[in-house]
Design a protein around this ligand. Structure first.
Ligand SMILES: [Fe+2]
Ligand SMILES: [Fe+2]
Length: 319
C-alpha cells in the first residue's frame, strides 16, 4: 500500500519514532519490570505530545505486542488510533502477523507501507524473514520460534522484491528505511557482507539512513555507509554506556529537504524511569551491548546453557 502524505512540504519533516511497545492483552508480571507496557506508552505519548502534533507521522518500529495476542493489538490500535497524525507500524520478532494484521489497523494506523512525505520516502520493511516459514502457496506464516529465530534482520524474497520495486519506482530524492532489527556490525554480524539487506542498501544510493528498534536503547552506528539509529523502547529501555536499565523513551527526527537528518533521543522523566534506573541490568544484556555475545549466539543457547552461563534463568524466554 502506498500513501502520500504531503508532497509539497517545503520545510524539514518531523517524524516521531516509537518502538518496542511490547503490549500485552492484560496485566502480566514481567521478571524485572513492575509497570505495564501501556503505562510506558502513555507516558511517552504525553511527553511527546507537542512533537507528535508538529510531525508528519509517528513510526512504530516493531515488537508492537509482546506475545502476539489479538487483544494486545486491539489495545494498541485504540491507543495509536487516538493520535492526531498517521501512524505507520512494522512488525518485530515478538509480533505475530495474523493477529497484528487483523486487530491493529485503524483509519490512521497502517502496516508496513511506503509513504512519501515531501521529497522523502519512508519505506517500512518486514525484516523478520528468519522467523517466517514459506507455505506451498507462496505465503509466509510465523514460525513457533519466531521471537528467537528473527533476532537479526532478514528479508524474504517477496519482501525484497516489494522493496526493490518501490525503490526503483520512487521519485523521492531521499529514502529512509525503517525496520526492526538494526543491522549493526557488532551486534548482528550475519546481516553484513552479502546479505539481502546489505545488497538492497548498496543498490539504492537514495537510502540515506536506517531507523530501527529491537535493542531498546539509544544506540547508533553504520551499515553500508548509512547511519543506523536505534530508538529506546516505550516500555523499558537500557542505557548502554552505563550498563543499566533506562526509562521509556522515543526518538524524534527532522528530515531536511537536502537530505540532512537531525535526530534526538528522549527519555521520559518520572516514576517509571526512576524505578527502572534502580533495577540491576542482567549480565546477558551487558554482554549483548558490549558485543561479547551476539543475538544469534544468545538465541542458540538452550535454557539450561543460558542459566549455566549467566547464573540465572533466561528472563524473557518465550516459547
Ligand atoms: Fe523489543
Ligand atoms: Fe525485538
Amino acid at each position: 500500500m502506498n500513501h502520500r502524505v504531503d508532497t509539497t512540504a517545503p520545510e524539514a519533516i518531523g517524524i516521531v519514532q516509537i518502538s518496542d511497545l511490547h503490549f500485552r492483552d492484560g496485566a502480566g508480571a514481567r521478571t524485572f519490570v513492575a509497570h505495564e507496557p501501556q503505562d510506558g506508552l502513555a507516558a511517552v505519548l504525553v511527553h511527546a505530545e507537542q512533537a507528535i502534533g508538529t510531525s508528519a507521522a509517528v513510526i512504530a518500529t516493531g515488537d508492537l505486542a509482546d506475545l502476539g495476542e489479538p487483544d494486545s493489538y486491539a489495545r494498541l490500535g485504540e491507543a495509536l488510533g487516538a493520535l492526531p497524525v498517521p501512524v505507520y507500524c512494522l512488525a518485530g520478532n515478538h509480533d505475530r502477523q495474523d493477529p497484528m494484521q487483523a486487530c491493529l489497523p485503524r483509519p490512521n494506523v497502517h502496516l508496513e507501507p511506503a509513504v512519501q512525505v515531501g521529497n522523502w520516502l519512508m519505506l517500512l520493511l518486514d525484516t523478520n524473514a528468519h522467523g517466517l516459514r514459506a507455505e506451498a502457496d507462496g505465503t509466509y506464516v510465523d514460525r513457533e520460534d519466531r521471537v528467537h529465530a528473527a533476532s537479526h534482520p532478514g528479508l524474504t524474497p517477496v519482501e525484497e522484491k516489494r522493496a526493490r520495486a518501490i525503490l526503483t519506482a520512487t521519485r523521492a530524492d531521499h529514502v529512509f528505511l525503517w525496520l526492526h532489527q538494526p543491522p549493526l556490525p557488532e551486534i548482528t554480524p550475519a546481516a553484513q557482507g552479502d546479505s539481502e539487506l546489505a545488497r538492497l542498501v548498496r543498490d539504492f544510493p537514495a537510502i540515506r539512513a536506517i531507523g530501527a528498534g529491537h535493542l531498546h536503547g539509544d544506540l547508533s552506528g553504520e551499515f553500508e555507509g548509512r547511519p543506523v539509529y536505534v530508538a529506546p523502547s516505550t516500555f523499558m529501555s537500557i542505557d548502554p554506556p552505563n550498563r543499566a536499565f533506562e526509562g521509556p523513551g522515543y526518538r524524534t527526527y527532522l528530515l531536511h529537504p537536502d537530505g540532512r537528518i537531525e535526530t534526538e533521543v528522549h527519555i521520559v522523566p518520572g516514576a517509571l524511569t526512576d524505578a527502572l534506573r534502580t533495577a540491576p541490568l542482567p549480565p546477558f544484556f551487558t554482554d549483548l551491548l558490549t558485543g561479547t555475545v551476539t543475538t544469534d549466539e544468545l538465541a542458540a543457547l538452550s535454557d539450561a546453557e543460558f542459566e549455566e552461563r549467566y547464573g540465572e534463568p533466561r528472563p524473557m524466554r518465550r516459547s
